[in-house]
Design a protein around this ligand. Structure first.
Ligand code: C6P
Length: 416
């Protein structure tokens, strides 16, 4: 296996690393090796600066004041929305609804769309590898409305059986809600095919893109997507900001989740009417700084180029899979072939508890996650209570993958 340099990918990881102040930190007197990007990514200076500039020079509430600061804050907030819309190629910027993150975006659909469109006896199709955020809101909706959840057959590596999926549609199928990339297995689901088949039955699809949009070029129009949910903090942006993309007609028909300021047209004592998109679905003062920071994150990713990000991570993933599969007693989860997967690598080291693996790696300055990764049904399917998980991003290097492999070998030896 040749050690990747990513020169072919057109990405200079060394130059990129210089943009991320935290990557220069030392942890337990070792250089930080940050491999917990599926949990949250680090932030480039451009995003940190955008937040600081907002708070230092034009902090104000938006869509309210007539004063200069409020006008600037409003313009920057709306500009961030337009940049996000361009990033995912939405047809209209009002199809981008700012939320707190993926979880809120999915709950918004489950309430605002689901309560209107799903009734007794109806069915929602999911997979067994969903994050709890794309599972629990549908369980809650099913309970409220007397509907049921059905699970699309998939193998242990998260590969969906498309023929079996196509056969699941019937007159009661109301929605398909699937992950675009598993946060445990790294598997990329065939979103275009899943959507095309669902549309043959007039069924909309919600894509949980929390793990895909930070790492892959995603074009919502090319996918013909209906709803797409993602989080800013996993794509170089701040925490507390995320997006629900929705097709205009679907968002228009939705009821708001939050009643309050900004989302109304006329308020009377006993009733109110709603204003237009996107404001109808953004009640209350939004996370202004967060949206502006997300706009800066999207600019950063676009400057690097999403195809370059994807191929850099692909090279590193191939390299990591080859190194780790050579280690005796290490069990890898997810597809062994890096073609249809992203850089989320879950593993088990002999009989060592994943939390112990995580703790020993941390002592070497290597940050990974260990646990059920908010995917308990998937853990049951895999026959484990937890896994250790390393997850890559554009600033990671082959040398860091070497550190991970060495660290795992040391952790294994420690328990022998
Ligand atoms: N997964 C992980 O370490 P929020 O918390 O709303 O930003 O994102 C929720 C979420 C939804 N779907 C998928 C596929 C996800 O991976 C996540 C977040 C993190 O895997 C934290 S549990």
């Amino acid at each position: 296996m040749t050690v990747p340099t990513s020169a072919a990918a057109g990405l200079d990881a060394t130059a990129i690393r210089a943009d991320f102040p935290v990557l220069a930190e030392r942890v337990h007197e070792r250089p930080l090796v940050y491999l917990d990007n599926a949990a949250t990514s680090q932030k480039p200076r451009a995003v940190i600066d955008a937040l600081q500039t907002y708070y230092e020079t034009y902090n104000a509430n938006i869509h309210r004041g007539l004063h200069a600061l409020s006008e600037r804050a409003t313009a920057e907030y709306e500009d961030a929305r337009s940049r996000v819309a361009r990033f995912i190629n939405a047809a209209h910027s009002h199809e981008v609804i700012f939320t707190r993150g993926t979880t809120e975006a999915i709950n918004l659909v489950a309430r605002g769309w689901g309560d209107e469109s799903v009734g007794e006896g109806d069915e929602i199709l999911l997979t067994e590898m969903e994050h709890h955020s794309n599972l629990v809101p549908w369980q809650m909706l099913a309970k409220r409305r007397g509907a049921s959840l059905r699970y699309i057959p998939m193998d242990i590596e998260g590969r969906i059986d498309l023929e079996a999926y196509a056969r699941m549609f019937g007159p009661r199928t109301r929605l398909v809600a699937v992950t675009h990339m598993s946060n445990v297995l790294g598997t990329i689901t065939p979103a275009a095919e899943l959507i095309q088949i669902a549309h043959q039955h007039d069924v909309p699809v919600l894509l949980d893109a929390a793990q895909s949009i930070p790492h892959l070029p995603v074009d919502v129009q090319a996918l013909d997507a209906d709803f797409v949910a993602f989080s800013g903090h996993k794509m170089l942006g701040p925490t507390g900001i995320g997006v629900l993309y929705g097709r205009e007609a679907l968002l228009d028909a939705m009821e708001p989740l939050f009643g309050g300021g900004s989302m109304i047209r006329v308020v009377e004592l006993h009733q109110s009417t709603w204003t237009v998109l996107p404001y109808k679905l953004e009640g209350g003062t939004p996370n202004i700084a967060g949206a502006i920071g997300l706009g800066a994150a999207v600019d950063y990713l676009q400057t690097v180029g999403m195809p370059a990000v994807t191929s850099h991570e692909h090279e590193l993933t191939e390299y990591a899979l080859s190194l780790l599969s050579d280690l005796d007693g290490v069990r890898l989860f997810g597809p062994r072939d890096a073609t249809d997967r992203g850089g989320v690598i879950s593993f088990y080291v002999g009989d060592v508890h994943p939390h112990d693996v995580g703790t020993l790696l941390d002592a070497d300055g290597i940050a990974v996650r260990a646990g059920h990764h908010c995917a308990q049904p998937l853990m049951r399917k895999l026959g484990v209570a937890a896994t250790a998980r390393a997850s890559l991003y554009l600033y990671n290097t082959a040398a860091e993958v070497d550190c991970l492999a060495d660290g795992i070998a040391r952790a294994k030896a420690f328990f022998e």
